[in-house]
Write a new protein. Sequence first.
Length: 226
Amino acid sequence: MSETMTKGAVLILLGPPGAGKGTQARMLEERFGLVQLSTGDLLRAAVAAGTEAGLAARSVMEAGGLVSDEIVLAILKDRLAEPDTVRGVILDGFPRTPGQAEALDALLAGQGLSISAAISMEVDDAAMVTRVSGRYTCASCGEGYHDSFKQPAQAGTCDKCGSGDFKRRADDNAETVGARLTAYHASTAPLIAYYEQRGVLRSVDGMGAIDTIAADLGAIVTDITG
């Protein structure tokens, strides 16, 4: 049962790859009745539905181009008009720049909405490299493991299905993770400053236990929605 929530809350979760934004967004969805809006999912859904904005996006993608901010905003506007977003949304993957943030503010203002909070999940880069680069999964059932934090009870055997076949993502290595973090901080710093200037920036410790982070995020959502 989701908690009661003021209509029209708009949240943005900021955090580098591997910070757990997806996990936390799903928990907020369940607890507060929010809807997570991923830019990639929105584009695919609009293309499949054949909406005006979706058709425009498809023509750009088929030509090998990048979908413009205007098209993304049009698709987002259409999605916000759907009834399941009445309690509020969590934006995932947009905005990525102050320019996009300004355009988003204008779109929301036209619908009587505004950003309720941009929540930065603060992480320690060195710890994040260890966290992400140590991940691997069972190739059979997908159960997750980690070199340092969660080894199978019996070495080389999946606890869940008994398989001995494991795999790692090719980009889950220290060098790649470090590069992703550097790129994230460079691109997101102006966005964090943008929302800080507007008085809607919040932050949580993104290095804690999943339930602890969820509790911290939940407290912020409860606070901003009354």
